[in-house]
Design a protein. Structure first.
Length: 167
């Protein structure tokens, strides 16, 4: 598991959503961070806050080399002084080997409901395609009734599902 670190230069509060820290994730480190990944905020006074990623903000920063990170609603702007170190740990395995996808055709999966996926779905992986631009595998599903689902998913969107044990 990789840890991505940066020193916070700015904090913004979004009412009803939480605090946004910049620069957040540095893109030259090739981050593969997901919502829910564990995060530590090490403040300049030495205290730490254990939290998690609530979102990745898709806004352009001045240097175009970072993505701001949204923290949970209970973390406020006043809790994060400038100079705080942000450390985010990747928890999901990377699906970036063009020769071998993490998931296989025929695997039973469930779609993780999150900011990208509003509908809970269960089904089987029907096909896997390598996306050259994003350097990730994308998966197409067939639901339990045999209907194709037109949306493509990444391994970050899917959770393996064992229908025999209902897990």
């Amino acid at each position: 598991m990789r840890v991505h670190s940066s020193t916070i230069e700015g904090v913004f509060q979004i009412d009803g959503r939480g605090g946004v820290v910049v620069p957040g994730l540095l893109l030259d480190a090739d981050p593969h961070v997901c919502i829910g990944d564990p995060t530590i905020l090490r403040r300049p006074d030495g205290t730490e806050i254990q939290t998690s990623v609530a979102g990745i903000e898709m806004v352009r920063t001045l240097d175009c080399n970072s993505m701001p990170v949204l923290l949970p609603k209970n973390i406020h702007k006043d809790d994060i002084p400038i100079g705080t170190e942000l450390a985010i740990t990747e928890t999901r395995p990377r699906d970036d080997d063009p020769d071998k996808p993490l998931l296989n055709i025929g695997d039973n999966v469930s779609v993780a409901v999150n900011y990208r996926n509003k509908t809970a779905r269960h089904g089987t992986i029907a096909s896997a395609i390598w996306h050259h631009k994003y350097r990730l595998w994308h998966y197409y599903l067939v639901d339990n009734d045999g209907r194709k689902i037109s949306k493509r998913y990444t391994s970050y969107d899917l959770v393996t599902h064992d229908p025999e044990n209902d897990t």
